[in-house]
Design a protein around this ligand. Structure first.
Ligand SMILES: CC(C)(COP(=O)(O)OP(=O)(O)OC[C@H]1O[C@@H](n2cnc3c(N)ncnc32)[C@H](O)[C@@H]1OP(=O)(O)O)[C@@H](O)C(=O)NCCC(=O)NCCS
Length: 162
C-alpha cells in the first residue's frame, strides 16, 4: 500500500516538513547536520514512501562522509509520520534503500541512533568511530555492506568535502 521511490528534487520541501513533524524542534542543531551542511545527499539512495493517494508517509536520506581514508554512508534522517508508525514502514525504508547501496559501490553505512531500534537491521556500536561533539558514542552504529568492511576503520567522521 506504500510506494517507495528514490527522492526527487520536487520532494525536497515535503520531506523537510515531514522531518519537522517527526523530530523535536532544533533538529538541524544536531552534530550530524554539520556533516551534511552544503553537501548534497547521495543520489539514488534517499527514498520517499507515499500511500496510494500520493500522501508522503515516510522518508530516508543518506549523506557521504569520510573516516580517515575510508568512505561511508551516513544514514538519516529517517522518519515515518506519527499516524503511520508501527506498520513496518521504517523497516521498509531502511531495507529498500540499503539494497541499492552495495550496487552503487558503498561498503559501509553508519548512523547516530537508538541501538534497540537499529540492532534489528544489523547495526552495531562502532568502536573508535568518533562523531563531531556532542554525540553519545553509544549511539554511533554501523553496518557492513560487505563482510569486514568496518574492520580497522577508526577515527573522526569528517565532511565529504573539507
Ligand atoms: C523510528 C521510526 C522511523 C520507525 O518507523 P516505524 O515505521 O514506526 O518502524 P517499524 O514499523 O519498521 O518498526 C516499529 C518497531 O520499532 C520500534 N521502535 C520505534 N522506534 C524505536 C526506538 N527509538 N527504539 C526502539 N524501538 C523503536 C517500535 O516499538 C516497533 O516495535 P515492534 O515491532 O516490536 O512493535 C519512527 O518511529 C519515527 O519516525 N520516529 C521519529 C523520528 C525518529 O526518531 N527517527 C529516527 C532517528 S534515530
Amino acid at each position: 500500500m506504500y510506494h517507495l521511490t528514490p527522492e526527487e528534487p520536487a520532494d525536497y520541501w515535503e520531506v523537510e516538513a515531514l522531518y519537522d513533524t517527526c523530530f523535536a524542534p532544533g533538529r538541524e542543531a544536531l552534530s550530524s547536520y554539520r556533516l551534511r551542511d552544503g553537501i548534497p545527499p547521495v543520489e539514488g539512495l534517499s527514498h520517499v514512501a507515499r500511500d496510494s493517494d500520493g500522501i508522503l508517509a515516510g522518508a530516508i536520506r543518506y549523506w557521504p562522509v569520510r573516516i580517515g581514508a575510508f568512505d561511508a554512508l551516513l544514514l538519516g534522517p529517517v522518519a515515518v509520520h506519527p499516524t503511520r508508525q508501527g506498520e513496518g514502514l521504517g523497516r521498509a525504508l531502511i531495507e529498500e534503500s540499503l539494497r541499492h547501496a552495495g550496487p552503487l559501490g558503498w561498503d559501509r553505512v553508519m548512523l547516530v541512533g537508538d541501538a534497540p531500534y537499529y540492532n534489528r537491521f544489523g547495526f552495531e556500536r562502532l568502536e573508535g568511530v568518533i562523531m563531531p561533539p556532542p554525540t553519545n558514542p553509544e549511539r554511533v552504529l554501523g553496518r557492513a555492506l560487505r563482510p569486514g568492511a568496518w574492520d580497522g576503520v577508526k577515527g573522526e567522521v569528517r565532511r565529504w568535502v573539507d
